[in-house]
Structure formats: C-alpha cells, structure tokens
Unconditional design. Structure first.
Length: 108
C-alpha cells in the first residue's frame, strides 16, 4: 500500500457520520501500529511471546474496518473504501500504520 492510496481511504472514512465506529477503527489502528513497531524492535527470539497479541490486534482492526463499512452502507454513506482496502491482511495492516502516521502528522 502506498501513501496516496492510504490517504484516499482515510479521507473516505474521515467524512463518515458514523463517529463511534470511526473512532473505534482509529483507536485500533493505533494499537496495531504500535505493536507492529514493537515487533520490529524486538529480537527474533522474543517475537513468539508477542505473536498472539499482535494477531488479536490485527483481527480487531480488520473487524473495525468491516463494522464501519457496514454502518456507513446502512446510513447511506459510500463505503467503496472497503473494497479498495481489499482483503489482504498485510495491506490492511499497512493501512493501520499509514493511518497512525497521518494522525501523528495532523496533530502537529
């Protein structure tokens, strides 16, 4: 996933009126992105201890994407972003990291 694609997806999500589901997605993206960084900084031998937590966080973020998409569709909002995000777990995880980055940069 590249920055431009991630930005387009985020812009489609950011405008949603489904505030609670959007906030859940954002919070879970931050949690997953933080764990992914910890994973990168952890020795190979210690990663096994983190694996279950990382997988749970990733699954929770994917679930949040699906929930927000369904709620947006139910509210008559466009949810084409979900198809654009796709089903590849790695790509979805990359999007969580991009979202974390965008939020950090927007907060300055």
């Amino acid at each position: 996933m590249n920055e431009a694609r991630a930005r387009r997806i985020w812009e489609a999500i950011a405008g949603s009126q489904e505030q609670a589901a959007r906030e859940d997605l954002v919070k879970l993206a931050v949690v997953y992105a933080q764990i992914r960084v910890e994973w990168a900084l952890t020795s190979h031998s210690d990663r096994a201890a983190m694996d279950e937590r990382r997988t749970r966080a990733h699954n929770a973020f994917i679930d949040a994407c699906n929930i927000l998409s369904r709620r947006m569709r139910g509210a008559g909002e466009g949810n084409e972003w979900r198809a654009s995000l796709g089903e590849d777990r790695r790509e979805i995880g990359d999007f969580a990291c991009w979202l974390h980055c965008f939020l950090g940069l927007d907060a300055r």
